[in-house]
Write a protein that binds this ligand. Structure first.
Ligand code: ZN
Length: 345
């Protein structure tokens, strides 16, 4: 090979060599780029952990609520380091973010057209807890009304008005109860009826025997006066399935007497109640139930919802005292929503 040829070959080989090296470098760079991208994606799994997230808020998911109705919760648990009884939350959505709660506790839920619901024995962890709470359907109760004092058509109209006002109060105050059958019987022709026109509770048993009653429901008797008053009523005992009403009673009195059937006592002597509460003993402006009262109406063992209607079979019973306030029973004046001049507490 001539010197010239040799030089040319050497030049050619070195160019080829450089090209080959460049190709390999490019290949390595390409692989490195893919690896780096993969590493980046992998590392992003942990991106959210730096800086650490704040503590996770707990959550309650309500099921079977009536669409569009507000939901109120009373929560027991340890918030920060302190146990809190009946902390209130209100939501328009069934998925409700709470606070960061720990320790043991429970949840009570209230909503329109649904009975209050209780989720007991919760162990709140330090992680994000999420619990479901299913609301039962509205409780439908049949009642029978016996008209002793006529004229029947007039008294019948009054009874219907009472039932409408009662239904309206139950709806707006989230009692979760409605009348199924509101049966009205004409007993004005019963020869025994006049014996009970001026009703007192010592006549109760005889009146039931003489006029009649239907089992498994609240029986309401309309007479002329009750305890001497032409606008009064009597349940005769707390938790009974009995109501006597004077024909001239105001339209909100029936909700009051059935409140006694549901186990509720008068609220006259408590400072956080006035005449606008349904359980005031003498008022014609009754319209509110507190959440403490709605809770008792359903949970008390002697409530007609339990011992007459058996409407809550298998559900919790709590025989809360009238003024009991602890981790078993919300205070009687506990309010998630305002009742006129009394705000949430
Ligand atoms: Zn009363």
């Amino acid at each position: 090979m001539s010197y010239y040829l040799m030089k040319k070959y050497a030049y050619f080989s070195s160019t080829k060599l450089i090209q080959t090296i460049n190709k390999n470098i490019m290949k390595y760079l390409y692989i490195l780029a893919i690896l780096a991208t993969l590493a980046l994606f992998h590392a992003c799994d942990g991106c959210g952990n730096t800086p650490p997230l704040p503590p996770q808020k707990d959550k309650i998911s309500i099921q079977n609520n009536r669409s569009g109705e507000e939901i109120g919760l009373l929560i027991d648990g340890t918030f920060d380091t302190r146990f809190v009884n009946d902390s209130s939350f209100v939501s328009t959505s069934p998925d409700i973010d709470l606070e960061t709660i720990s320790g043991t506790g429970e949840v009570i839920a209230f909503s329109n057209f649904r009975p209050p619901a209780l989720l007991e024995n919760i162990n709140w962890t330090t992680n994000r807890d999420s619990f479901a709470l299913n609301l039962q359907n509205e409780i439908l109760i049949p009642v029978t009304v016996w008209v002793l004092r006529g004229p029947f058509s007039t008294t019948r109209t009054s009874a219907i008005n009472w039932s409408l006002t009662t239904s309206s109060i139950w709806e707006s105050e989230r009692m979760g109860v409605a009348f199924d059958d509101f049966e009205i019987i004409d007993a004005t022709g019963d020869p025994d009826a006049p014996n009970y026109f001026d009703f007192r509770c010592n006549m109760r048993t005889n009146m039931i025997n003489d006029i009649g009653s239907k089992p498994g429901r609240i029986n309401i008797y309309i007479v002329e006066t009750v305890d001497g008053g032409s606008a009064r009523g009597q349940a005769c005992s707390i938790g009974s399935d009995f109501v006597a009403m004077a024909a001239g009673a105001g339209s909100e009195l029936l909700a009051h007497e059935i409140g006694h059937n549901f186990g509720l006592f008068h609220t006259d002597n408590l400072p956080t109640f006035n005449r606008t509460n349904v359980m005031h003993s003498a008022s014609n402006s009754r319209r509110y139930f507190t959440e403490g009262q709605v809770f008792r109406s359903h949970l008390l063992g002697n409530s007609a919802l339990n011992d007459t209607y058996n409407a809550r079979l298998g559900q919790a019973i709590r025989n809360c005292g009238h003024t009991q306030n602890d981790n078993q029973c919300p205070a009687i004046d506990k309010r998630i929503w305002e009742d006129g001049t009394f705000g949430p507490n």
